[in-house]
Ligand binder design. Structure first.
Ligand SMILES: Cc1ncc(COP(=O)(O)O)c(C=O)c1O
Length: 390
């Protein structure tokens, strides 16, 4: 007999995939699904640039890369990232997607009762890792365009706040923060002496406005941990290559902790890291077309969502997510809304409460990566659903 599981396993939730089981049941009953729940460009008509996959193939043919890679990452890749981030290569750690980097950071920073200040809403992995490592839930509000509320952020920074997470461009809201907001966050972090964790995994997918990296703004005495990877910007989520770059951490304690975690898990797939090296050193020829497709799809979803009674949506400015508000009071919660939408239309979305408990249960997230015709088909169904006609 299996003894009871560790209590921490109950802390693991991942709303983006949790709805999939129900979607499978709906599909088994013969309904066509619109899988707008997972932000994976390759499920639709996007593919990683050829020079990256070619580099992976070349690495596979070269026996050297079948070995364990150095635990902190391929030396050439770390060198290239060190130039991009402006930190010594010894402060760059290649991880299995940024996901693993987030795990290593939260593992290293949080003791029971500490907190890492998170945006509300937030990418769910942050909430999960915070709970697993005993973090106290602490969240800053955002305004109606999903820009962080600096006053609220200031109020929430306490004696045990170990870091502030800034996800820009943002998942799930599609926001691209203004330089002014980012400067405000940097100033606050300097004043309160709190490190910033800047998740910039979508920083090349800005559709409107300028792309501003936190590293170009923070003061020299603010510890900044930048996270990035090739899953989104280079359309290669299956490669599972990301990294964290630690800026301005004079003691070296955090780098040492992250290095030990890297050592303990041996390495990230080396062949894929060679693909990442091509990504970060050979330009971005794919971006123009990718952004043009995203812009067209963003325009469709933004316009049409706001034409539907009972729904309103702030304009997504980056990445590939829309986070509409349900202004119709027919549903008791956003979970009830999302499951009913799935049953009646086949649209797989993610209830907003999966990204934050504190939003009042009025939101859902849609991924708008699908081709225009598919998007329009789904939006026709959503419109009918909202009119009560399904
Ligand atoms: C904001 C954000 N951070 C991190 C990740 C994880 O990225 P990776 O595929 O590099 O693990 C995602 C994935 O969707 C994300 O949206």
């Amino acid at each position: 007999m299996l003894k009871p599981l560790a209590r921490r396993s109950a802390h693991v939730a991942y709303a983006i995939r949790d709805i999939v089981q129900r979607a499978r049941e709906v599909e088994a009953r013969g309904r066509k699904l619109y899988k707008f729940n997972i932000g994976d460009p390759n499920t639709f008509d996007f593919r990683p640039p050829k020079h990256i996959t070619d580099a992976v193939v070349d690495a596979m043919k070269d026996g050297k890369y079948t070995a364990y890679a150095p635990s902190d990452g391929d030396p050439e890749l770390r060198e290239a990232l060190s130039k991009i981030e402006g930190v010594p290569a010894s402060d760059i750690f290649v991880t299995s997607g940024l996901s693993e980097g987030i795990d290593f950071l939260f593992f290293s920073l949080l003791d029971e009762g500490d907190d890492i200040l998170l945006p509300m809403p937030s990418y769910p992995l942050y909430n999960t890792k915070s709970r697993i490592y005993g973090g106290r839930g602490n969240f800053y509000r955002c305004d109606e365009n999903w820009e962080p509320d600096l006053e609220d952020m200031r109020k929430k920074i306490g004696a045990r706040t170990k870091a502030i997470v800034v996800i820009n461009p943002n998942n799930p809201t599609g926001a691209n923060y203004s330089r002014r907001t980012l400067q405000g966050i940097a100033d606050l972090a300097a004043e309160c002496k709190v490190p910033i964790i800047a998740d910039e995994i979508y920083d090349k997918l800005v559709l409107d406005g300028e792309a501003v990296n936190m590293r170009s703004i923070v003061k020299d005495d603010t510890v900044l941990i930048s996270g990035n990877g090739i899953s989104k910007n280079f359309l290669y989520p299956g490669a599972r290559v990301g990294y964290v770059a630690i800026h301005n951490e004079a003691s070296g304690a955090l780098s040492d902790a992250v290095l030990r975690l890297c050592n303990a898990r041996l390495s990230v797939n080396w062949e894929m890291q060679r693909g990442a090296l091509a990504a970060f050193t050979m330009g971005t020829p794919h971006l123009e077309e990718a952004k043009q497709k995203l812009r067209q799809r963003r325009d469709i979803i933004f316009k049409r969502l706001n034409e539907i009674r009972g729904i309103s949506c702030a304009k997504p400015l980056a990445a590939f997510y829309a986070f509409p508000k349900i202004t119709d009071a027919r549903w008791k919660s956003d979970t009830e809304f999302a499951y009913s939408l799935l049953e009646k239309t086949g649209i797989v979305s993610v209830p907003g409460s999966g990204f934050s408990e504190g939003l009042g249960g009025n939101y859902f997230r849609l991924v708008y990566l699908a081709q225009p015709q598919v998007l329009n088909e789904a939006l026709d169904l959503l419109e009918k659903f909202m009119k009560g006609g399904l």
